[in-house]
Design a protein around this ligand. Structure first.
Ligand code: SF4
Length: 199
């Protein structure tokens, strides 16, 4: 890992990785995608069924919502880097186990080291808890900032997971999701005029 100096080299390591049991059930590993000079990284908990099939993070309905909301806050999906805490799909979409996260975390740390974002957005409680190394109360802590424990130059922003927003369309949860992402975007790139959400 120390000899890896770019994201494509790291992707190769991730795709060949068999360090934890999640490799047994995957179609393929999902290293992440996007701008390798991004100021903003988004991190979910792990690939789902569609992500496992396509080899890309946040595709399907969750991905569409995330992409739409990124555009609403003035970003294209290609502007940011999107990945997950674990790079292989947990069976039946269960939460990743602590030992799986521990085995996979060097890959995420290396992605942060290479991309050097200003802000990491943790998408949902599970991703936030693993990124921050503590329990997270998402309904109270969404929109808040913390320092990334393994890289104190990077801020961590906690926001709702898009799947939770999909189950709560046209509610305060959707408005919070938009506003929290806008705030993270503004910290990473500087403020833009706020987009009016029609929910
Ligand atoms: S989840 Fe991470 S550590 Fe486990 S096999 Fe996949 S890439 Fe390797």
């Amino acid at each position: 890992m120390d000899t890896i100096s770019n994201i494509s080299g790291l992707d190769g390591l991730i795709k060949d990785c068999t360090k934890c049991a999640l490799h047994l059930g995957r179609t393929q590993a999902v290293p992440g995608v996007g701008n390798t000079d991004a100021e903003l990284m988004l991190v979910g908990e792990g690939p789902g069924e569609e992500e496992d099939r396509q080899g890309l993070p946040f595709v399907g309905r969750c991905g569409q919502l995330l992409t739409t909301t990124l555009v609403e806050v003035g970003l294209n999906r290609e502007d940011v880097f999107i990945t997950n805490v674990v790079k292989c799909r947990p069976p039946k979409n269960r939460d990743p186990l602590p030992e799986e996260v521990a085995e996979c975390q060097p890959f995420l740390k290396k992605q942060v080291e290479l991309i050097k974002p200003k802000v990491i957005v943790a998408l949902g409680r599970i991703a936030a808890a693993h990124l921050l190394g503590r329990s997270v109360k998402i309904t109270k802590e969404h929109g808040s900032l913390d320092v990334l424990p393994f890289n104190e130059d990077v801020l961590a922003s906690i926001i709702y997971h898009p799947s939770y927003v999909l189950r709560n369309r046209n509610t305060q949860i959707e408005r919070d999701f938009h506003n929290d992402l806008l705030e993270a975007r503004n910290i990473a790139y500087g403020a833009v005029a706020p987009y009016q959400v029609s929910t």
